[in-house]
Ligand binder design. Structure first.
Ligand code: ZN
Length: 405
């Protein structure tokens, strides 16, 4: 069984949109109220409320705050459940302490059951049938339905569960991919992808809009209007980037059973520019420029999409150590700084092999991560526990041909 999520733009009537706001508002109210309880409870050294205890409080709150009775009880219980889960994540150290929710940012509510689908409509309890823009077919059994507001639009996320027999990837190809700034991705077969620059193009527009916003009286009508403009630019950037990445990762995943990537710590790289108090970052300006570029390119999102798409198809993503992939010759494996003539040019001082530096790196990445035939890797995968999207192949593996150079 695997779970898969679909997300569609909702097309609610005015009355339905009004109900959405009410549902989201009540869910947020319950979240904040429950969090308040938890906080004072912890302060007094009483530990944490259980889900059942908070649900008991919920009944009392309904008597006190009548607007809670107007919405379906499921999303409210779900809010309490979500908070319990958030606290659990906080105590096991994987996430920070949950925060109070403010109105407007990511308004959301969820139905764990009672929803139905009928072609281009989704049934939400107490709200009714709501139309949505169906951009793809939905397969599997519905597990839960979430309604979220983002940049002024309402979206529905439908999570389904389906029975997938161990899928076998249709292709037997393998590919190494080098990620860069001047070229977003270079494939070891010689093809490459130009940078997205979705943010670059509208960056000046965004900067202008932000300057205007700063000059407006906060919370005035004009300020709100300008704020919406800024949100629309953000939304456009996100949309262009996501669309670009989905098309790209779908085509790469479809055509390759094994994809080898460098294990770039994108998050660490972007965090390192600012540095810490003890160790203020060197080259902050240059690094933040590069970091903006890295984030703009969406490398992290690229990898995330490739990993889950490979998992559906029965393919594999292998991560390799990125050190030296750019300095080593992909033909004779000689490693030297002098091999790198410039940012784009690679010329081996040993065997005189010449190539675009990114392509040479992509070939090294492939060699480092896929020393076996894809079929062998796939059969090895079947012996491994499932649900692991990827495993890390270290360059020090004795099977790696790069070591014999
Ligand atoms: Zn060489």
């Amino acid at each position: 069984m695997t779970r898969k999520g679909y997300r569609f733009l909702l097309k609610p009537t005015a009355e339905q949109a009004e109900l959405f706001c009410r549902f989201a508002g009540s869910s947020r109210f319950v979240w904040n109220k429950a969090l308040e309880c938890q906080k004072s409870c912890l302060k007094n050294g009483k530990g944490v409320f259980s889900y059942a205890e908070i649900c008991g409080r919920l009944v009392e709150w309904k008597d006190e705050f009548h607007f809670l009775k107007e919405v379906h009880s499921q999303p409210l219980q779900q809010s309490v459940k979500d908070l319990s889960l958030a606290l659990k994540h906080c105590f096991d150290g994987s996430k920070g302490f949950p925060k109070f929710k403010k109105k407007g940012d990511h308004d959301t509510f969820r139905f764990p059951q009672g929803t139905k689908l009928d072609n281009k409509k989704v049934y939400l309890p107490k709200i009714g049938w709501v139309k949505f823009r169906k951009s793809q077919e939905i397969e599997g059994t519905i597990k839960n339905v979430t309604v979220t507001r983002s940049m002024g639009n309402w979206f529905v996320s439908i999570q389904v569960e389906m029975d997938v027999q161990d899928p076998m990837h249709p292709s037997k190809n393998e590919v190494g991919i080098d990620m860069g700034v001047t070229r977003f991705a270079t494939l070891s077969d010689g093809s490459f992808v130009a940078p997205i620059n979705s943010f670059g193009q509208v960056r000046s527009k965004l900067a202008g809009a932000l300057r205007k916003l700063a000059r407006k009286q906060k919370y005035s009508n004009n300020w709100r209007k300008q704020k919406r403009k800024v949100q629309r630019i953000h939304s456009k950037i996100a949309h262009v980037r996501k669309d670009f990445l989905h098309k790209l990762t779908s085509s790469i995943s479809k055509n390759h059973a094994v994809i080898v990537l460098e294990d770039l710590k994108v998050k660490n790289m972007s965090a390192s520019a600012k540095g810490t108090i003890e160790d203020p970052g060197k080259n902050v300006k240059a690094k933040s420029g590069l970091n903006r570029s890295i984030l703009d390119q969406g490398w992290h999102e690229f990898r995330r999409q490739l990993e889950y798409k490979q998992q559906w198809r029965g393919g594999q993503v292998i991560l390799v150590n990125p050190s030296h992939t750019s300095l080593q010759c992909s033909e004779c494996h000689h490693r030297a700084k002098e091999n790198r003539v410039s940012q784009a040019e690679f010329k081996c001082v040993m065997c005189h092999h010449e190539e675009h530096a990114d392509l040479n790196a992509a070939k090294n990445i492939l060699a480092a991560g896929a020393p076996c035939k894809p079929v062998e890797i796939l059969s090895r995968m079947l012996l491994k526990p499932r649900n692991l999207p990827s495993f890390r192949a270290e360059r020090t593996s004795t099977k790696s041909p790069c070591l014999h150079g």
